[in-house]
Design a protein around this ligand. Sequence first.
Ligand code: NIG
Ligand code: FE
Length: 407
Amino acid sequence: MKLIGPFKQVVTLANLPLRGKLSDEQIEIIVDGGILVDENKIHAIGNFDTLKSENQNIEIETIEGEQIVLPAFVDSHTHICFGGNRANDFAMRNAGKTYLEIAESGGGIWSSVQHTRNASEEELLKTLLERIEFLISLGITTIEVKSGYGLDVENELKMLRMIKKAQEKTQATLVPTCLSAHLKPRDFEGSNEEYLQYILNEILPKVKEENLAKRVDIFIEKSAFQPEESKVFLLKTKELGFEITVHADQFTAGSSRIAVEVGAKSADHLEATIDEDIEFLAQSETVATALPGASLGLGEKFTPARKLLDAGAIVAIASDWNPGSAPMGNLITQASILATFEKLTTAEVLAGMTFRSAFALGLEDRGRLEPNFKADFVTYKTNNFQNVLYNQGSLKAENVYINGVNI
Ligand code: NIG
Ligand code: FE
């Protein structure tokens, strides 16, 4: 056992409900607190001096200066395994070019597919690990990572194998997701339905065999997969034993309904979700995930997080870090900005990046500082936890702990 502290504030997020709106008064703050860690888990949280006197002869890891501590963050939606770069897409979009013009000049998802296919395994692994390091430096210790830039058996497996390899090399928890249904690749001869069948017949059995992912994602949108064919596909993946998450309602409403109907763990994006579907989501266990990084990358509106929370939905916030629509990767900055535009409380934002996003990944052992929870936490050199969002990402994490170890 090891006692870590003292901290000016321990922000536990204990006892906050899984769904709906939160006020900042609900946040539990332990002043002059400490965290008692046993192996990789939290054993106890409380006043530092009390914990110290109650536990004689244990190791003490002293925190220097004034620091606060929060549960480490969970980024439940990323596409950080990719080759190439789409800075030109970004510049063209800002110069007023349309989606079609960008695609025609060699940009769009298809360009990332070509770069990812051409990248060697070493290159893919190296850049993936660099992005993971960046996320860890922000205090993010659980990271979902999607495939979806391979779009054929060989390359989807290559991506998922590199994600698995990366897991062997990082302390962070990686949660891989198979997004072969990102787009029908240009070189696939056949219909959308035939491509989805190809995923079911050729890709998913191998994903299972090699234990590369337990989750499946799909992009339901006019330019990608249509609602009905997607629903049929998702129900089949469910029969194969996969958990489901959906890229839903990004530009067109309707697909979040499908996510709920198939029992998806989360419906992500939701920028275009209509009021009726907000209610539908709020009645469900499907987490509504806001992706402010995509709104900022594309110059589009934000997910209606305020309405979703008021309706009682489980709202998570994730980065969507990808080379096209969300190139920033800084979840803390993005969530702070979402808060100002959507009028979210500090409690709602912190919950959205911790235990609520962990729930979206089926990881209910993290995201709060409570006994028996995974000892992942992040400290900042400040005396007030509100400064984390107030500084909009420019207050850097001081120490990041994974399994009770300062990494
Ligand atoms: O989540 N919306 C679809 N997929 C990604 C974008 C991928 C890309 O542009 O490369 C997203 O925003
Ligand atoms: Fe995405």
